[in-house]
Design a protein around this ligand. Structure first.
Ligand SMILES: NC(=O)c1ccc[n+]([C@@H]2O[C@H](COP(=O)([O-])OP(=O)(O)OC[C@H]3O[C@@H](n4cnc5c(N)ncnc54)[C@H](O)[C@@H]3O)[C@@H](O)[C@H]2O)c1
Ligand SMILES: O=c1ccn([C@@H]2O[C@H](COP(=O)(O)OP(=O)(O)O[C@H]3O[C@H](CO)[C@@H](O)[C@H](O)[C@H]3O)[C@@H](O)[C@H]2O)c(=O)[nH]1
Length: 432
């Protein structure tokens, strides 16, 4: 397994847990040294125990030396990052770097499996590159990953489906065998061509991102017309063609996947001479949604925020992760700091990652009540469970003014009014 990030470490560990011998290779020496000492570099529920158990059992190894990982492998998975490049396209330099590393070491009948999210056409290019470097046809398979951060182990071990793109049935069969332990509850193993597998990953993420931007736009409209988006959600969700999932309005989607994958698919379309107007709108609506809380802050406190103290609950792009990549909270924090506010923050696990960027520009509360203490206003950016049931009396007295702007709709506006708070969510209305 090349790459020990969210995808590589979870995949490698889960394959070890199902009895395979797995060696994880990464260029980050500190990360690998830590993993060999039982230090897990990311916060992901359930992962630490699994890594430690399989490492202790000798089924899971970590190395920075390609020779210690590749020559014996039957399958070489690539799970390195494919971040957004300057032009919006996926940057494949790490991935093709791996291809070079693999080519000189891979054994004759091994399969190279691309797990990273890659633009359509990449598997074909990797196969051509391997042929150029090795002088023979190396088996290449696309195996996109659909896990969500914060639920990664569960998603990997109980997938809704496994998708593989191959050009040879024998390769499909090896991968089916590998995934069989995770497909015991009749979950489908779907085999298709390279391009379809690559496209499946982007289409899944882009449809989910589209749902979020759609409901965010509708929530903003609800707010203007006095409707309540939660009532509307109930009104539409029971229609089985619509459903309830991924229709929670908020401060925009973040993370390392949706923003970059929407832009990467737009670039794929552009390369064919087509403009994806829907994806352009999804991206634009999301960027705008990340500014909604700041607009609400200004509506409450005015344009200039010097002398004002703002509390922020939640920094991670979603709960149960320490990942802050493209997190909406950071967009808000940047605007607050620029307007001169003193910003007090709290996140149950992502604070260290934020501190590494902002240092002493922010005040870090040990407890979420600390971030609200003496604040003129409190913003909620991530729906951590521990924020859902605060002691409202305590909070009201701890704050300089009882004003909450909730980017995740945790509370009921009518109840909040009764508790004596000025409270606004995203598309909520006291009219119900
Ligand atoms: N994070 C997710 O939830 C998720 C889910 C599904 C798919 N994906 C996709 O999976 C891929 C990986 O994402 P991630 O979030 O795990 O990334 P990540 O940034 O967390 O981890 C990538 C790892 O690869 C290592 N690396 C980079 N170049 C290397 C090289 N040449 N050799 C060995 N190691 C190298 C890095 O040191 C790092 O540890 C991306 O394409 C992403 O779009 C991510
Ligand atoms: O109704 C919703 C659902 C999600 N979000 C936001 O959307 C973002 C992404 O959330 P989620 O999808 O849960 O997290 P990721 O870990 O980014 O997972 C997505 O991206 C991964 C990487 O490609 C895929 O593998 C997963 O299937 C896909 O869900 C977060 O900022 C959420 O707050 C909303 O605003 N409203």
């Amino acid at each position: 397994m090349i790459g020990t990030g969210y995808v590589g470490l979870v995949t490698g560990t889960c394959f070890a847990e199902s009895g395979n011998q797995v060696t994880c290779l990464d260029i980050d020496e500190e990360k690998v040294a830590g993993l060999n000492d039982g230090v897990i570099p990311i916060y992901e529920p359930g992962l630490t125990e699994l890594v430690k158990r399989n490492h202790a059992a000798g089924r899971l190894k970590f190395t920075t030396h390609p020779d210690g990982a590749i020559p014996d492998a039957k399958c070489v998975f690539i799970g390195v990052g494919t971040p957004q490049g300057d032009d919006g396209r996926a940057n494949l330099s790490a991935l093709f770097g791996c291809v070079e590393t693999i080519a000189s070491r891979i054994k004759e009948d091994a399969i190279v499996v691309i797990k990273s999210t890659v633009p359509v056409g990449t598997n074909r290019k990797v196969a051509a590159k391997l042929k150029e470097l090795t002088g023979r046809d190396v088996d290449v398979a696309s195996n996109p990953e659909f896990l969500k951060e914060g639920a990664a182990v569960d998603d990997f071990t109980k997938p809704d489906r496994v998708v593989v793109g191959t050009v040879r049935d024998e390769v499909t069969e090896v991968l089916h065998e590998l995934y069989r332990p995770f497909l015991r509850t009749e979950r489908p193993f779907l085999s298709m061509g390279w391009e379809s597998a690559e496209m499946t990953k982007y289409v899944a993420n882009c449809l989910l991102a589209t749902k979020i931007s759609f409901i965010n736009e509708m929530a903003n409209l609800c707010e203007r017309v006095g409707a309540d988006v939660n009532s509307v959600r109930r009104g539409i969700g029971h229609d089985q063609r619509i459903g309830f999932s991924f229709l929670f309005p908020g401060v925009g989607y973040g993370g390392s996947c949706f923003p970059k994958d929407v832009r990467a698919l737009m670039a794929v379309a552009e390369d064919t001479g087509m403009t994806s107007r829907i994806l352009a709108a999804v991206d634009e609506v999301n960027d705008a949604q990340k500014t909604v809380l700041f607009e609400k802050v200004k509506a409450q406190l005015g344009e200039k925020l010097s002398g004002k103290t703002i509390g922020v609950w939640g920094l991670a792009f979603k709960p149960r992760t320490d990942d802050i990549r493209e997190a909406p909270a950071l967009v808000l924090i940047d605007s607050l700091l620029k307007a001169g506010a003193t910003v007090q923050v709290h996140d149950p696990v992502a604070e260290a990652n934020v501190k590494a960027i902002y240092g002493d520009k922010l005040i870090y509360g040990e407890h979420h009540y600390d971030a609200a203490r003496d604040a003129d206003l409190l913003c909620i950016c991530t729906e951590w469970n521990e924020f859902r049931n605060p002691d409202f009396d305590y909070l009201k007295h701890a704050m300089a003014a009882p004003v909450i702007l909730d980017g995740r709709n945790l509370f009921d506006p009518a109840e909040m009014a009764e508790r004596g708070f000025t409270y606004e969510g995203i598309g909520l209305s006291a009219n119900g």
